[in-house]
Design a binder for this molecule. Structure first.
Ligand SMILES: O=C[C@H](O)COP(=O)(O)O
Length: 299
């Protein structure tokens, strides 16, 4: 199937002008975005201290006084998952404790995927053994770029097996795949290999998540569902920093896949700093002004 690039651009643009969430109506949508958030830290200087702070925030992502002022004090809200490098999974396991928040590990030589296939499989198995229940694998881009779809399918099926009981989220790194038609095809191969989620980007490419590639990937998910009856989740990731952007993704997913996909079991927003802006916007809705820098960190 060839994707009409101009048509996708137009549709993504007009969808945002046709449908938007304004004023107080934003509050439940933003809370939904928080519950679908893969709260992420993927930095070379991540330490057990960084992971302790990440896990504390994952358990209580929005301050109690804000929730109370919004009338949601009884809401038990937590993020969709925490997402870290494989070497930090055991720290996460320790700090997440008894909470049911899933631990996601990036793997297969994240972000570039330029390591040997057997090392990728070993990395997945180790992350699962350490306590990850979700594995965000990067696809070997060279196979997609060369159109070697059968080989890509075989390697992804190996990853699927190595994940065992853990969910497999496949990262396309769309910014490195070029054409939208290739992104559609790669999405289909990932789903055929048994991906539980397809994810746009690592956050490390020059071009990360955007509405156009998200529209194409959501359509691939819809087409796959119509053919197989299997619901695959979607994870836009990389460069999603503002509450406004998060709302745009929720609108796009609602319009393309329906309300059923607005749930952590089928939607995740991969982001390292988005939560700060969402909390600031919720503070504004609760108290009528933005917090000062000492009250809440700036994004
Ligand atoms: O998977 C999530 C991304 O790596 C996070 O990217 P970000 O730091 O641009 O939010």
């Amino acid at each position: 199937m060839a994707v009409n690039t101009g048509g996708v651009r137009r549709e993504a643009r007009t969808m945002m002008t046709r449908r938007s969430v304004r004023g107080d109506a934003q509050v439940p949508w933003l809370l939904r975005a928080v519950s679908c958030l893969d709260l992420t830290t993927l930095a070379g200087d991540d330490t057990p201290g960084t992971i302790a702070r990440l896990c504390a925030k994952a358990k209580e992502p929005i301050r109690k006084d804000i929730l109370k002022a919004l009338g949601f004090e009884d809401l038990k809200i937590q993020v969709g998952a925490v997402c870290v490098y494989p070497d930090r999974v055991s720290d996460c396991k320790h700090f997440i404790g008894d909470s049911a928040i899933p631990i996601a590990a990036v793997a297969t030589g994240f972000p570039a995927g330029q390591i040997k296939h057997e090392h990728k499989l070993e990395e997945i198995r180790q992350a699962v053994a350490d306590g990850a229940s979700e594995i965000d694998i990067v696809i070997p881009r060279k196979l997609a770029l060369a159109g070697e779809w059968d080989q890509l399918l075989r390697e992804l099926q190996d990853f699927r097996k190595a994940c065992g009981h853990a969910h497999m989220k496949t990262i396309l790194a769309t910014g490195e795949l070029g054409e939208l038609t290739r992104i559609y095809k790669a999405s289909m191969v990932c789903m055929e290999a048994g991906a539980d989620f397809i994810k746009t980007s690592t956050g490390k490419e020059k071009e990360n998540a955007n509405l156009e590639v998200s529209l194409v990937m959501c359509r691939a998910i819809r087409d796959h569902y119509q053919r197989s009856g299997i619901r695959v989740g979607f994870k836009p990731a990389g460069g999603i920093r503002t509450a406004k952007q998060a709302l745009q993704y929720l609108v796009l997913i609602k319009e393309t896949l329906g309300d059923e996909w607005l749930d952590p079991s089928l939607l995740r927003l991969g982001a390292s700093t988005l939560l700060t802006d969402i909390e600031r916007q919720l503070f504004h809705s609760a108290f009528g002004c933005y917090p000062s820098a000492c009250e809440m960190p700036m994004p």
